[in-house]
Design a protein around this ligand. Structure first.
Ligand code: HEM
Length: 244
């Protein structure tokens, strides 16, 4: 009898631990995800500078230069940007680690549940069920993006090294670049559509039917803002409205 009680208590503790670590990971995923969305919105507004008539290109390059010289010479050159890059990388790593663990835990927990697993699968939205896969494709896209626009290891439309606005203007004169970026930015927006909603629910903002509607509407607005905000410059460049 005593042994049975001890065993039940021990398993309950293990179960509690699992639930708590799942909740903890979901909170981590939500906080890092919202931070990454904030970065994306900043990046998107920076890119929109290209559309400003006459001074757009110059402002775009100045903004890129400002990121490197912010607080210089009080702090070393590129100090702020390096700190920001470390924070961004840490947020991505924490986000990915939590996503992978939660996906495996979910999979293991529902192994052998047969029809229940099928019912559960059908219950989630398409965006929710494909989060892990859209996440993987986004990550591959980020690697390509950095190789192209930051390190210029891959160059499109030019050779060697050019100013930031020229990397974008020359690159998006190619139709396939507009298509590839359209698909990638589409995936990012789709990921955000579910991620934004899910993060606010995890953080306890969904307290009733009204708040649920507000979060849903906001997630649609952010998703559309990211898609059209990022794609505005590539489309304007491709259709000749912005030229070098
Ligand atoms: C059509 C859309 C986009 C364009 C034209 C664009 C353009 C650029 C350019 C020109 C840079 C280099 C800036 C510089 O060196 O000063 C850059 C950096 C970067 N972009 Fe984008 N970007 C786009 C979308 C995205 C998206 C959707 C993401 C994330 C999912 C992203 C993530 C990054 C990151 C992480 C950096 C490096 C920032 C750093 O240097 O610390 N970009 N982008």
């Amino acid at each position: 009898m005593a042994t049975k009680l001890v065993t039940r208590d021990a398993s309950r503790t293990a179960n509690n631990r699992a639930v708590h670590s799942t909740v903890f990971r979901k909170v981590l995923m939500s906080v890092t995800g919202l931070f990454l969305i904030l970065f994306l919105l900043m990046h998107m507004f920076g890119n929109l500078k290209l559309l400003i008539p006459d001074v757009g290109m110059q402002e775009f390059d100045e903004y890129s230069h400002f990121l490197r010289t912010f607080l210089y010479p009080m702090l070393p050159y590129r100090f702020f940007l390096t700190l920001f890059e470390i924070l961004l990388t840490a947020a991505v790593l924490i986000h990915v680690e939590a996503a992978v663990r939660l996906t495996f835990r979910d999979y293991e927990a529902h192994m052998g549940m047969g029809r229940y697993l099928k019912q559960r699968y059908l219950a989630g939205s398409f965006a929710a069920r494909t989060m892990i896969w859209s996440g993987v494709l986004i990550l591959l896209g980020v690697i390509y993006h950095l190789l192209q626009f930051t390190t210029q290891t891959i160059t499109v439309g030019y050779e060697g090294s050019v100013e930031p606005h020229m990397r974008v203007v020359l690159g998006f004169q190619e139709w396939w670049m507009v298509l590839v970026y359209g698909i990638w930015v589409g995936l990012v927006s789709f990921h955000i559509y579910h991620g934004f909603y899910s993060a606010f629910c995890t953080l306890g903002a969904r307290v009733g039917a009204f708040s649920e509607k507000v979060i849903k509407v906001c997630s649609v607005i952010v998703c559309l803002l990211v898609f059209f905000g990022f794609m505005a410059s590539p489309l304007a460049i491709f259709f000749g409205l912005v030229t070098a």
